[in-house]
Every structure is written in structure tokens, then in C-alpha cells.
Ligand binder design. Structure first.
Ligand code: AMP
Length: 585
């Protein structure tokens, strides 16, 4: 039977977005009303005494702000198969696993059709804007996407990462088809049980359909970089598969072999062409446009913890534009990138006011700065009340609080964002960082962003030797007295002792937080330590997370490894080849 092709009407999607953002406050009220009406029978809401109120004021008065920790007992009952309506008006049948990078273990989060629908709304919205400025032709997408292991919970619910739940849903395929963004790989590759084999076959499919590939994408930039680093290692084998039409013996999963055998035919001309292209490149610069001559751009989440990969991505991309994907979490989507021309460093996300109810906790540091000379600021130690979506102020930073259609009410997402402007009346956000502090020993406060800036500064010294930091992480070592920061680096080659010592000093000097600098001067924080890792250490960390049920598509390198993440710390420490202590202070 012929599948009905969904038409994609960009103009209509843009018009819809313009309409819902015109009076975002009204749309927010309506969204909250809908959420509370749909879930009126949920035990959680019943116990909070809303008594049928659906207005933001009543909602805020009755419902407390929560984190995942407070909701965990409720979610656990759902996971264990309690049939009562606990968080939602309709039973939850699917659970998402968040990447769990911070805590070291994945979190369970309810998933339902409404979340699926808002995911598609976000995808359609940003695509409509993107396609106006960067139109793609009829073709395919090299989608470097993967499924996590799926399993049934004790209570029989389907569980997998949020991205897996999305990729498996038939709506995803239909939407991708309508947006001319169909994957060039068959389902057997996307949903294969072994990520390394799936990755190899994604690359092979990309090469087979190289003329048709319109763009290269993954959920997060990490998977794109990872794929092309792998390409550097396996390209000759890929060429050989194409030349003889015989799939490498490294692919052992029968379903993948069967699916690939339908696509792979002997093609010596293509093999020669790819071979010529690869040998003609200098240090793999412009690899992506060489392999995919009709690609218009590279697309994925390139912001936040993905920024450190931009340099390498630009190297592979040459002149191809890097377009940032939308902003969301397993807990729900937040904003679409409707300004696709902005470089990743400036990317913003316009909040979709109909997909949830959003509140924003002003970040205290900001308030202190604002009232710098006032009396009240220094005594402010309670957290300020959250403000509504249309009450946020340009230039200010906030933590996002989310109420969604899948049982999360006033849920603190833990992300810090900055309001950089408005699209009609909805704010455009810039992602700042996860709100929790990464590195703190004494009065010092350093976030993921501070660590990134410090690593970037020090890595420029390596650049002079034509070397890169492949990936990095950090740790607070309190086993020494005083405690000190440890920065782990995996480097693309071998750097000299002098340069690494200089990098170590530069890392130490580049944490410019006043608390850190003063503590270093009086030695209440010890000398920063740079530990250089064996090549492939971060690959081992990735494998460790995959073993726990994470998906490559959602993987984020843990930027700070705390005591709760002991296994990752062990992997890091077991792979140190050399360490340096700063002499900067
Ligand atoms: P997960 O826990 O796997 O659901 O990942 C969700 C988290 O990824 C969010 O809370 C953010 O910290 C981060 N994230 C998602 N989208 C973006 C984005 N566009 N830019 C930066 N960080 C993002």
C-alpha cells in the first residue's frame, strides 16, 4: 500500500508560530489550563488542593517547585507498574531515560504522545525557518542517530532514552519525510544493537547516497565529530566494501547485514573517487563537503557543552554552515532556533508558548549585580520567586522551571539561560550552562562555562604545536590538603613537557572567579593539576555510559566527575599518562 505523503507547508508553520507568539501570555494561560484540565484526576494534583483552579496564580500558590528528587517516589511507582493515575490523567506507558551525565546514572522521566507532538512541532518550526534561508533539495540526510537499548521496567513500561522514544515513533519518520530529511540509513542501522556497527553503516550509507545527501546531522555535535574521527580510521575499509560490494566482516548483526546487502553493490568508480578525495585532503580539512558535494549545512545541537567541539567541526565542515538545533531536554522541549543564520556561539531559542507552562527563577548573582550599591542585595539569601514567560527581562539570567503535558509540574530543569531578546512577545533564550557548580572547594565558584573558557585559553598553546584537546573533564581532588582542581585532557598527539606545563599554568590562571584567585593566592586551594590521558579514554567513557543504557545520540561528556560517578573517575584515573602541577601562583 502506498504511504500517504504528508505535505510540508513552511509558510503555514511560520504563520502558526507567529500567531502563538503574538500574545504569549494568553497562550501560556491556555496551555496551563489545558494541562491542569487533562490531569485533574492525577493523585499528585489532587493532593495539592487546586480544587479545579487552572489559572497561573492559583497554580503557583498550590503547587511547589520541585526537582527530580522530589518526584522520584511518584515516578518510581509508575515505573514499578502501579496502575493508579499518579502524575497524569492518562496512564503513562513509556519512560524516557535522561542522559544522566551529571549524577552518573540516568533519571526516569515520563514520556507520552503530547511530548511526542511537541517534539514534532519544534522540529517543524525550526525547519520552516531554516529552509527559508538554507533551502534543501529533494534528497536524504546523513542522520548520525542511534537508539539506546530498550527494555521493559519492572512494571512492564517501555523504557529508552528520549531520543530513542522519538526515533521509534511513526510520527518521526512521517515528519522527516515531509521535511525531505529522511535518513539515508535503513532502520536496522539506526536501531541496531551495537553502536559501533551502526556508526560504520551510517558512514557507508552516506557514501552510497553521497550525491543525494542534503545535510549531515545528529542530535548533539559530539556524535558528528565522533563519526568523522571514526571515518579517519575506517575509510579504506569503507572504500573496499564499496569496491567489491561486500560488507566488512566487522558487521556481525544479521539484521544489519541483510539490510545493508540490499544497498551495497560493487562500485569501483565510487570507491576510486572516495579514495582520491581522502588522499587529496590535508589533515582531513573540508572532509564533509568533499564526501557530500550537495550538502547544504551541518545541523545539530552545537551550543552549551557542545561548544568545545566547534573548532573540530569547522575543520571538517570547511565553508559549510553550521546550524544550531533546538533547545530541550528529556523532560520536554523549550525553544526553537528561528534565527538559523546565527553562528552557534550566538544561537538563540524562541520559547514555544503552547508546549508547556514556563517559569523563570532570576539568578541571584544577577540580582546582586543589579543592586550592587543597594542594601538589600547582600542579605538576599532566599531564592527569588520565579517570573512568568512574558515577565522576563532582556539581559537577565534565569533558571527554567517547566510544567509539561507529561506529569511534571513546576519542575526545575537546572539549566541557566539568558534572555537576549524577544520574538513577538516570547523570549529568545541563549543557553548559558547547567546551573549546578562544577568546581568549588572554598569560596570559589566555577561553572561548566568557566571550565570551558579556561580549557579554550590553554588549548591555544597546544594549537601552536598543531595539536588539539580531543575532549576534557575535571574533578575536585580533596584527598590532598588543601584540595585542588584536576583537569583531564585527551590530546590529539604528543606535546612537549614545556608546552604542557605552560598549559597547566594557563588553565590555573584562566579561572578568573575572584573566589578562586584569592583562594589560590592564600593557598586555601592547592595548585591546579593537569592530567594527560591516553588516547581513546573518552571512547571508553562513552562505552561505559552506553553499557548503562545511554544512547550515543544524547551523549554529553561529563565535564566534572564527582564522587557519585566513581566508575567514570576510575576510568579517567586509570588512563593518566602524565600529570603536571601549576606553578602560576
Ligand atoms: P538530557 O538530560 O539528555 O535530556 O539532556 C538535556 C540537557 O541537554 C538540557 O537540560 C541542557 O542542559 C542540554 N541541552 C539541550 N539542548 C541544548 C541546546 N540547544 N544547547 C545547549 N544545551 C542543550
Amino acid at each position: 500500500m502506498l504511504e500517504k505523503m504528508e505535505e510540508f507547508d513552511s509558510e503555514r508553520v511560520v504563520e502558526e508560530f507567529e500567531a502563538i507568539t503574538k500574545d504569549a501570555e494568553k497562550v501560556q494561560r491556555e496551555a496551563l489550563k489545558k494541562i491542569l484540565e487533562q490531569n485533574v484526576s492525577a493523585e499528585y494534583l489532587q493532593n495539592l488542593g487546586l480544587n479545579g483552579r487552572t489559572d497561573p496564580e492559583g497554580f503557583k500558590a498550590c503547587v511547589p517547585l520541585v526537582t527530580h528528587k522530589e518526584l522520584e517516589p511518584y515516578i518510581q511507582r509508575i515505573v514499578d507498574g502501579d496502575p493508579s493515575l499518579i502524575l497524569t490523567g492518562k496512564p503513562i506507558t513509556t519512560i524516557s531515560l535522561s542522559s544522566g551525565t551529571t549524577q552518573g546514572k540516568p533519571k526516569f522521566i515520563p514520556f507520552n504522545e503530547e511530548l511526542m507532538e511537541s517534539t514534532m512541532q519544534i522540529f517543524r518550526t525550526s525547519f520552516a525557518f531554516r529552509n527559508r534561508e538554507f533551502p534543501i533539495g529533494n534528497g536524504k540526510a546523513l542522520q548520525l542517530i542511534y537508539s539506546s537499548k530498550q527494555f521493559k521496567t519492572k512494571g512492564g513500561l517501555a523504557a529508552g532514552t528520549a531520543t530513542t522514544n522519538v526515533f521509534r515513533n511513526s510520527k518521526f519518520k512521517r515528519t522527516m519525510k515531509a521535511m525531505q530529511s529522511q535518513s539515508c540509513s535503513p532502520d536496522e542501522v539506526i536501531f541496531g544493537p551495537d553502536f559501533h556497527q551502526s556508526l560504520y553503516c551510517h558512514l557507508l550509507c552516506g557514501l552510497i547516497f553521497r550525491e543525494e545527501v542534503q545535510f549531515v546531522t545528529s542530535t548533539f555535535a559530539h556524535s558528528i565529530i565522533h563519526a568523522f574521527i571514526t571515518f579517519e580510521q575506517v575509510w579504506e575499509e569503507l572504500c573496499s566494501d564499496i569496491r567489491y560490494g561486500i560488507l566488512s566482516s566487522r558487521i556481525t548483526v544479521p539484521s544489519i547485514r541483510t539490510a545493508m546487502s540490499k544497498l551495497l553493490k560493487p562500485n569501483p568508480e565510487l570507491a576510486d573517487l572516495i579514495h582520491r578525495k581522502c588522499t587529496g585532503l590535508s589533515n582531513w580539512y573540508r572532509l564533509i563537503p568533499e564526501l557530500f558535494p550537495n550538502a547544504k549545512y551541518i545541523y545539530g545541537i552545537l551550543t552549551g557543552s557542545m561548544e568545545p567541539y566547534l573548532k573540530k567541526l569547522r575543520h571538517y565542515a570547511g565553508e559549510l554552515p553550521l546550524l544550531s538545533a533546538d533547545y530541550g531536554a528529556s523532560e520536554g522541549w523549550i525553544g526553537a532556533n528561528v534565527n538559523p543564520h546565527l553562528p552557534p556561539e550566538l544561537a538563540t531559542f524562541a520559547v514555544l508558548p503552547n508546549i508547556g507552562f514556563f517559569e523563570f527563577i532570576p539568578l541571584r548573582d544577577n540580582i546582586q549585580n543589579q543592586h550592587h550599591n543597594g542594601m538589600e542585595s547582600s542579605f538576599l539569601c532566599v531564592e527569588p520567586e520565579p517570573v512568568g514567560l512574558t515577565e522576563v527581562k532582556k539581559g537577565e539570567e534565569y533558571e527554567i522551571v517547566l510544567t509539561n503535558f507529561a506529569g511534571l509540574y513546576r519542575y526545575r530543569l537546572g539549566d541557566a539561560v539568558k534572555v537576549v531578546g524577544f520574538h513577538n512577545s516570547t523570549p529568545e533564550l541563549k543557553f548559558v550552562c547547567r546551573r549546578n557548580l562544577l568546581l568549588t572547594i572554598d569560596i570559589d565558584k566555577n561553572t561548566e562555562k568557566d571550565l570551558q573558557l579556561s580549557v579554550e585559553a590553554a588549548a591555544t598553546l597546544l594549537g601552536e604545536e598543531k595539536l588539539d584537546v580531543v575532549d576534557f573533564s575535571s574533578h575536585v581532588d580533596l584527598s590532598t590538603d588543601p584540595g585542588h582542581y584536576v583537569i583531564f585532557w585527551e590530546i590529539s598527539g604528543v606535546a612537549s613537557e614545556e608546552v604542557l606545563q605552560e598549559c597547566c599554568n594557563c588553565l590555573d590562571r584562566s579561572f578568573i572567579d575572584a573566589g578562586y584567585v584569592s583562594s589560590r593566592k592564600v593557598k586555601t586551594i592547592g595548585a591546579l593539576e593537569l592530567r594527560v590521558l591516553r588516547r581513546g579514554t573518552f571512547e571508553k567513557i562513552l562505552d561505559h555510559y552506553l553499557g548503562q543504557g545511554a544512547a550515543v545520540s544524547q551523549f554529553k561528556t561529563p565535564r566534572c566527575v564527582g564522587p557519585t560517578n566513581n566508575l567514570v573517575l576510575q576510568i579517567l584515573c586509570a588512563n593518566v599518562v602524565k600529570s603536571y602541577f601549576s606553578t602560576a601562583f
